[in-house]
Design a protein around this ligand. Structure first.
Ligand code: GAR
Length: 191
């Protein structure tokens, strides 16, 4: 059994999709949801889904050890950042080499880096008059949004698309692809 942890800072709709996808699988389990925000809606989703969720402070996350202790306690094998906004610290990267992935709501290397997350990304894409956007799933390294790319999918943007509409199209791609990409990576781990 491969045990996964999901990190999310906000709504957690991707975390929920992933949890539903792996529900009742006998080879993969979403063992824990973690957030840096005690009031993030992802906690309510976790409760509804019957998955334990915990909160840590930014300071604890930056130091790494407290969060590592929690991950060890739950025997976590693989980490998925699903709408998580903090930079991952070195102790975690060292403990989970090529076992931490992130989803970014644009076609990296475009519209990535510090401060580029969620709706800010979609606003920048619209302001630049882009004709397409999409999603990037990538390994996490010590730089924001710079780890090796695992998967990308694109969506067409129409003149007049608002950031809200772009976010809708991007979320649709995320829900369609993210769980399956995780599944294929995790299968390689257990082989
Ligand atoms: C998602 O679109 C995800 O790609 C993005 O935040 C959103 C979270 O939505 N992540 C980033 O911007 C990371 N830089 P959700 O909480 O509903 O899953």
């Amino acid at each position: 059994m491969v045990l996964l942890a999901l990190f999310a800072s906000g709504s957690g709709s991707n975390a929920e999709q992933i949890a539903r996808y792996f529900h009742q699988r006998d080879d993969v389990k979403i063992a824990l949801i973690l957030s840096n925000k005690a009031d993030a809606p992802v906690h309510a989703r976790a409760k509804r889904l019957g998955i334990p969720s915990v909160t840590f402070s930014k300071d604890a996350f930056d130091k790494g050890l407290e969060v590592l202790d929690i991950l060890r306690q739950y025997q976590i094998d693989f980490i998925v950042l699903a709408g998580f906004l903090l930079k991952v610290s070195q102790p975690l990267l060292d403990a989970y080499p090529r076992r931490i992935i992130n989803i970014h709501p644009a076609l990296l290397p475009l519209y990535g880096g510090k401060g580029m997350y969620g709706d800010r990304v979609h606003r920048a894409v619209v302001e630049a008059g882009e004709k397409e956007s999409g999603i990037t799933i990538h390994y996490v390294n010590e730089h924001y949004d710079e780890g090796d790319i695992i998967f990308q999918a694109r969506c067409e943007l129409l003149p007049g698309d608002t950031p809200v509409e772009v976010a809708r199209k991007v979320h649709e791609l995320e829900y369609a692809h993210f769980p399956e990409v995780i599944d294929s990576l995790v299968k390689k781990l257990s082989n």
